[in-house]
Design a protein around this ligand. Structure first.
Ligand SMILES: Cc1cc2nc3c(=O)[nH]c(=O)nc-3n(C[C@H](O)[C@H](O)[C@H](O)COP(=O)(O)O)c2cc1C
Length: 365
């Protein structure tokens, strides 16, 4: 028996009675109380010298949870696996014209435009609060050029309260107007430049609007990413038929929510079956069953975004119901199901076919 020592006797004891068990069951056995607790803890980066150890695999997704401060007043955010900050840019940004959010079937569109308070205010006012939290905070960064991103990483490196960096590559490069994440070479150059500035856990968050996600994933893995976050929103739009204009002030926006889930799931599966880099799954996750699908597709952890707009406690509720589902499915340790739906052998041929030649010197780590 692996798993949490507290449950050792209990799994034997409950085999017959489990179908009628309530959520938190306490048994008296030889006068001692034993609680049934499936093990939810995960290490996202087993090979990394700092690692990213989480008490459970559920993070909040960037841009959907502020910087965590407001939510800390509503519920116990320390119970989350990790918090990912709103995108941080070098200077404060006002974001795009309103309206910036509109509902759509199975989700929503947003064109917030990276509104945020900028790195200076983050380091001065927010990171000191993060440093008092038990829950790890990952700083999501966005820029207009590679030196922009590199500077952000340099300033975040060593900042108390920052446990990792997530690069949002779905931003246009001012040099050519193309998103960094749309091309393996650009994504690789960006990852490499950030990697040189920090030995913090480095997650690269890819967007789904690409022809070959495995090629981009392989390029950033080779350039020094420790993990991938899959995926960001999908470009989309709605038209207001009375005004005969796009609903969003910016014209188009990013689709998120349940409508995105099957696309995200497929991308996680595709990458996990080809590469060995750890993956954090994201896109339309609402329920524990959604999260389990992503874990079975090969993700080590997941992020919950749009679900929080309907229910601010959504990530916490998900953690609680994940425990329930694991009990029902007789899963003692969440790590048991990571990659459970993948074929036995990695498809290295697919990965090699999608790979770009990277001629950077090896990364610093
Ligand atoms: C309002 C809003 C703002 C977002 N802002 C960011 C951001 O600043 N940086 C980023 O990397 N992703 C951002 N995202 C994308 C989410 O982190 C997530 O990748 C996406 O919404 C898919 O997950 P979901 O369907 O669970 O929301 C944002 C999404 C929404 C809905």
């Amino acid at each position: 028996m692996r798993g949490n020592p507290r449950v050792r006797h209990l799994w034997t004891l409950t085999k017959r009675t489990r179908p009628v068990l309530p959520r938190a069951v306490v048994f008296v056995q030889r006068g001692a109380y034993i609680e049934e607790v499936p093990n939810l803890s995960v290490e996202v980066l087993p090979g990394h010298k700092r690692g990213l150890a989480l008490s459970n695999p559920v993070m909040t997704a960037s841009g959907t949870f502020g910087n965590g401060l407001e939510y800390a007043k509503i519920f116990d955010i320390q119970r989350l696996g990790a918090i990912v900050s709103k995108a941080i840019t070098l200077r404060p940004r006002q974001g795009n014209a309103q309206p910036r959010i509109v509902e759509t079937a199975g989700g929503m569109l947003n064109s917030i435009g990276l509104q945020n308070i900028g790195i200076e205010a983050i380091l001065r006012d927010v990171a000191p609060v993060w440093s008092t939290w038990r829950v790890p905070v990952i700083a999501n960064i966005a820029g207009e050029s590679i030196p922009n991103y590199a500077e952000l990483a340099r300033r975040l490196d060593g900042a108390a309260g920052v446990s990792g960096i997530e690069i949002n590559v779905s931003c246009p490069n001012v040099e050519n107007g193309l998103e960094f994440g749309s091309d393996p070479r650009a994504a690789s150059d960006l990852t490499y430049a950030v990697r040189r500035e920090t030995d913090l856990p480095l997650l690269v968050k890819l967007g789904p609007n690409v022809t070959d996600i495995v090629a981009i994933a392989a390029a950033v893995a080779d350039a020094g990413a420790d993990a991938l976050t899959l995926i960001n929103t999908f470009p989309a739009m709605r038209i207001n038929i009375d005004a005969r204009r796009p609903e969003l002030g910016w014209g188009s926006g990013g689709l998120s929510g349940p409508a995105l889930k099957p696309i995200a799931l497929r991308m996680v599966y595709q990458v996990a079956r080809s590469l060995s880099i750890p993956i954090v799954g994201c896109g339309g996750i609402v329920s524990a069953e959604d999260a389990i699908e992503f874990l079975m597709a090969g993700a080590t952890a997941v992020q919950v975004g749009t679900a929080t707009f309907r229910n601010p406690r959504a990530p916490l509720d998900l953690i609680e119901s994940l425990e329930d589902v694991m009990r029902r499915q007789e899963i003692e340790d969440v790590k048991e199901i990571v990659g459970a739906a993948l074929p036995a052998r990695r498809e290295s041929a697919t990965a090699d076919a999608g790979r770009v030649a990277v001629d950077h010197p090896p990364p610093r780590l």
